[in-house]
Design a binder for this molecule. Structure first.
Ligand SMILES: [Zn+2]
Length: 193
Protein backbone atom coordinates (compact mmCIF):
# COMPACT_ATOMS: atom_id res chain seq x y z
CA UNK A 1 0.00 0.00 0.00
CA UNK A 2 1.41 3.27 -0.92
CA UNK A 3 1.60 5.80 1.86
CA UNK A 4 -1.24 8.20 1.98
CA UNK A 5 -0.04 9.90 5.10
CA UNK A 6 0.84 13.50 4.61
CA UNK A 7 2.89 15.52 6.97
CA UNK A 8 1.30 18.85 6.28
CA UNK A 9 3.24 20.66 8.98
CA UNK A 10 6.53 19.99 7.21
CA UNK A 11 5.91 21.82 4.00
CA UNK A 12 6.10 25.47 3.22
CA UNK A 13 5.19 26.55 -0.26
CA UNK A 14 8.01 27.91 -2.35
CA UNK A 15 6.24 31.21 -2.88
CA UNK A 16 5.39 31.54 0.78
CA UNK A 17 8.93 30.80 1.90
CA UNK A 18 10.32 33.29 -0.57
CA UNK A 19 7.95 36.00 0.55
CA UNK A 20 8.78 35.49 4.19
CA UNK A 21 12.51 35.41 3.53
CA UNK A 22 12.39 38.61 1.51
CA UNK A 23 11.14 40.58 4.48
CA UNK A 24 13.85 39.24 6.75
CA UNK A 25 17.32 40.09 5.54
CA UNK A 26 19.39 41.14 2.59
CA UNK A 27 21.35 37.90 2.65
CA UNK A 28 18.11 36.00 2.41
CA UNK A 29 16.96 38.25 -0.45
CA UNK A 30 20.11 37.45 -2.40
CA UNK A 31 19.61 33.77 -1.71
CA UNK A 32 15.97 33.83 -2.82
CA UNK A 33 16.95 35.68 -5.97
CA UNK A 34 19.36 32.89 -6.82
CA UNK A 35 16.58 30.35 -6.36
CA UNK A 36 14.22 32.35 -8.55
CA UNK A 37 16.80 32.74 -11.28
CA UNK A 38 17.77 29.11 -11.16
CA UNK A 39 14.26 27.68 -11.23
CA UNK A 40 11.97 30.14 -12.98
CA UNK A 41 9.88 28.40 -15.65
CA UNK A 42 8.89 24.76 -15.61
CA UNK A 43 6.19 25.57 -13.08
CA UNK A 44 3.52 23.19 -14.33
CA UNK A 45 4.32 20.77 -11.56
CA UNK A 46 4.45 22.56 -8.22
CA UNK A 47 7.24 21.84 -5.79
CA UNK A 48 6.93 22.53 -2.08
CA UNK A 49 9.49 21.98 0.61
CA UNK A 50 11.94 23.63 2.93
CA UNK A 51 15.43 22.61 1.79
CA UNK A 52 17.07 24.39 -1.15
CA UNK A 53 18.64 21.16 -2.40
CA UNK A 54 15.21 19.54 -2.56
CA UNK A 55 14.17 22.18 -5.11
CA UNK A 56 17.49 21.94 -6.98
CA UNK A 57 17.28 18.17 -7.37
CA UNK A 58 13.56 17.97 -8.17
CA UNK A 59 13.79 20.78 -10.73
CA UNK A 60 16.82 19.14 -12.34
CA UNK A 61 14.99 15.81 -12.44
CA UNK A 62 11.92 17.40 -14.07
CA UNK A 63 14.13 19.18 -16.59
CA UNK A 64 15.89 15.93 -17.43
CA UNK A 65 12.56 14.16 -17.96
CA UNK A 66 11.29 17.01 -20.11
CA UNK A 67 14.40 16.92 -22.31
CA UNK A 68 15.06 13.20 -22.59
CA UNK A 69 11.58 11.73 -22.21
CA UNK A 70 9.21 14.48 -23.38
CA UNK A 71 6.19 12.24 -23.95
CA UNK A 72 6.55 10.79 -20.48
CA UNK A 73 6.98 14.25 -19.02
CA UNK A 74 3.72 15.41 -20.63
CA UNK A 75 1.95 12.47 -19.02
CA UNK A 76 3.62 13.08 -15.65
CA UNK A 77 2.20 16.60 -15.70
CA UNK A 78 -1.27 15.02 -15.73
CA UNK A 79 -0.42 12.46 -13.04
CA UNK A 80 1.28 14.76 -10.54
CA UNK A 81 0.30 18.34 -9.74
CA UNK A 82 2.52 18.78 -6.72
CA UNK A 83 5.75 17.29 -5.42
CA UNK A 84 6.07 17.76 -1.69
CA UNK A 85 9.19 17.31 0.41
CA UNK A 86 8.85 14.93 3.35
CA UNK A 87 11.38 14.12 6.04
CA UNK A 88 11.59 10.37 5.77
CA UNK A 89 10.96 7.55 3.35
CA UNK A 90 8.04 6.15 5.33
CA UNK A 91 6.14 9.39 4.79
CA UNK A 92 6.63 9.27 1.04
CA UNK A 93 4.03 8.13 -1.43
CA UNK A 94 1.51 9.14 -4.04
CA UNK A 95 -1.88 10.62 -3.24
CA UNK A 96 -3.67 10.55 -6.61
CA UNK A 97 -7.02 11.70 -5.21
CA UNK A 98 -5.66 14.91 -3.73
CA UNK A 99 -6.30 18.14 -5.60
CA UNK A 100 -3.81 18.49 -7.17
CA UNK A 101 -2.52 14.90 -7.17
CA UNK A 102 0.39 15.06 -4.75
CA UNK A 103 3.59 13.07 -4.63
CA UNK A 104 5.26 13.18 -1.22
CA UNK A 105 8.93 12.58 -1.84
CA UNK A 106 11.57 12.10 0.83
CA UNK A 107 14.65 14.26 0.95
CA UNK A 108 16.72 11.07 1.32
CA UNK A 109 15.51 9.70 -2.02
CA UNK A 110 16.00 13.04 -3.71
CA UNK A 111 19.61 13.27 -2.55
CA UNK A 112 20.64 9.91 -4.06
CA UNK A 113 20.98 11.44 -7.54
CA UNK A 114 19.08 13.48 -10.13
CA UNK A 115 18.39 10.39 -12.26
CA UNK A 116 17.20 8.43 -9.21
CA UNK A 117 14.92 11.30 -8.29
CA UNK A 118 13.55 11.41 -11.86
CA UNK A 119 12.93 7.66 -11.70
CA UNK A 120 11.03 8.05 -8.43
CA UNK A 121 8.85 10.73 -10.02
CA UNK A 122 8.10 8.47 -13.02
CA UNK A 123 7.41 5.55 -10.63
CA UNK A 124 4.82 7.39 -8.58
CA UNK A 125 3.33 9.03 -11.66
CA UNK A 126 2.68 5.44 -12.78
CA UNK A 127 0.70 4.71 -9.59
CA UNK A 128 -1.30 7.90 -10.09
CA UNK A 129 -1.89 7.05 -13.76
CA UNK A 130 -3.33 3.67 -12.81
CA UNK A 131 -5.60 5.23 -10.17
CA UNK A 132 -6.88 7.87 -12.61
CA UNK A 133 -7.37 5.38 -15.44
CA UNK A 134 -9.64 3.29 -13.21
CA UNK A 135 -11.47 6.33 -11.85
CA UNK A 136 -12.18 7.56 -15.38
CA UNK A 137 -13.53 4.19 -16.48
CA UNK A 138 -15.61 3.69 -13.33
CA UNK A 139 -16.73 7.17 -12.35
CA UNK A 140 -19.30 5.95 -9.81
CA UNK A 141 -17.02 3.53 -7.99
CA UNK A 142 -14.33 3.93 -5.39
CA UNK A 143 -10.96 2.90 -6.81
CA UNK A 144 -9.90 -0.40 -5.18
CA UNK A 145 -6.42 -0.33 -3.65
CA UNK A 146 -5.41 -3.42 -5.62
CA UNK A 147 -5.77 -1.45 -8.86
CA UNK A 148 -2.88 0.88 -8.12
CA UNK A 149 -0.98 -0.39 -5.05
CA UNK A 150 0.38 -3.72 -3.82
CA UNK A 151 3.03 -5.98 -5.32
CA UNK A 152 1.59 -6.31 -8.83
CA UNK A 153 1.22 -2.55 -9.20
CA UNK A 154 4.71 -2.05 -7.78
CA UNK A 155 6.19 -4.40 -10.36
CA UNK A 156 4.38 -2.59 -13.17
CA UNK A 157 5.59 0.78 -11.92
CA UNK A 158 9.17 -0.49 -11.43
CA UNK A 159 9.15 -1.77 -15.03
CA UNK A 160 7.91 1.63 -16.14
CA UNK A 161 10.54 3.35 -14.02
CA UNK A 162 13.30 1.25 -15.60
CA UNK A 163 12.16 2.22 -19.10
CA UNK A 164 12.17 5.89 -18.17
CA UNK A 165 15.54 5.58 -16.39
CA UNK A 166 17.06 4.14 -19.58
CA UNK A 167 15.65 6.98 -21.67
CA UNK A 168 17.10 9.65 -19.40
CA UNK A 169 20.52 8.01 -19.31
CA UNK A 170 20.55 6.78 -15.71
CA UNK A 171 23.71 4.92 -14.67
CA UNK A 172 23.67 1.13 -15.05
CA UNK A 173 23.91 0.45 -11.32
CA UNK A 174 20.73 2.40 -10.63
CA UNK A 175 18.87 0.38 -13.25
CA UNK A 176 20.36 -2.83 -11.80
CA UNK A 177 19.13 -1.86 -8.33
CA UNK A 178 15.64 -1.50 -9.75
CA UNK A 179 15.83 -4.81 -11.62
CA UNK A 180 16.66 -6.62 -8.40
CA UNK A 181 13.57 -5.42 -6.57
CA UNK A 182 10.63 -7.74 -6.08
CA UNK A 183 7.87 -5.19 -5.77
CA UNK A 184 7.65 -5.51 -2.01
CA UNK A 185 9.87 -2.50 -1.42
CA UNK A 186 6.93 -0.48 -0.20
CA UNK A 187 6.83 -2.81 2.82
CA UNK A 188 10.44 -2.43 3.90
CA UNK A 189 13.25 -0.50 2.23
CA UNK A 190 14.01 3.16 2.41
CA UNK A 191 15.17 3.53 -1.18
CA UNK A 192 12.14 2.62 -3.20
CA UNK A 193 8.82 4.33 -2.76
ZN1 LIG B 1 5.53 2.25 -5.75
Amino acid sequence: MHGRGHASALSVSCTGATRRTLSRSRVAVAFSAVLLVTFPANADIGVTGTRPDFFTQVRAALKLLKEKAPEEYKQIEKDIGMIKEVEAWHLSGMNPFADPPTFSLSITTVRISVTWCAGAIAHDACHSREWHAYARKHPKEAVPDSVWTGQAAELRCIAHEIEVMKRIGAPAWEIEDLRRTDGLHYLRTWRFR
